[in-house]
Design a protein around this ligand. Sequence first.
Ligand code: ATP
Length: 247
Amino acid sequence: MIPAPAASPALEVSGLSHRFGRVQALRGISFSIPQGAFCALLGVNGAGKTTLVSLITRLYNSSSGEIRVAGHDLRRSPRQALAKLGVVFQSRALDADLTLEQNLSYHAALHGMSPAKARLRIGEVLELVDLAPKARSRVATLSGGQQRRAEIARALLHRPQLLLLDEATAGLDLRARADLLALVRRLIAEEGVSTLWATHIFEELLPRDRALLLHRGAVLADGTCADIAADRPLEQAFLTLTGAAAA
Ligand SMILES: Nc1ncnc2c1ncn2[C@@H]1O[C@H](COP(=O)(O)OP(=O)(O)OP(=O)(O)O)[C@@H](O)[C@H]1O
């Protein structure tokens, strides 16, 4: 294995394509996310967001192109690349009948951590997501927002450099959404974790946030929300851009 250069971007995607039978879901897309950055992934239904997330998590193999996580090529060094990746899926990955601590111990063991290391790290991640007092609570007894934070704690166990969140705030109330987003922004600032955040909720984004707008499998815009919005509300810019591209 060739060691990754120290200052590699958290994620580099180049010339990535994928097709499902006759449907070309991604058409040679390229972009990169530097270390310690937040990037929103936007696009109408069917734009290719889930396909992109599935290729980065190696659920599917791409037909062509390259994905590098923290400098590690996902095809040639999958173990090293995936070790740098934490994922929060839309669906739940924690067992609701077990306590938070039991769930995290199980996932720490999957990452090959010794019980002693796991205990330490579980304490750290629960502090990070403000759930330390809930360690012995069954996941089923946590609120929706707490459960999403617990999922983030799970995703952080192995100290990833890139956190991938697929509509992590879907179904949460306004307060829980704001708290979750504040947590992710704190992780970026304090832990240097980069984030790719797939969302349909524009109010979550700040003008300075980077956004990648996918449309029909291609990158339609890549820049700050302020640049993409160009003096319009972001939502209106999104509708105009995707409408014009569809015409
Ligand atoms: N398993 C599959 N088999 C066939 N076609 C698929 C499959 N998964 C996705 N597609 C097609 O690939 C294209 C991209 O879909 P994808 O799910 O990546 O979009 P999306 O941006 O995630 O949409 P949404 O916001 O609805 O989740 C669409 O045309 C979709 O119909």
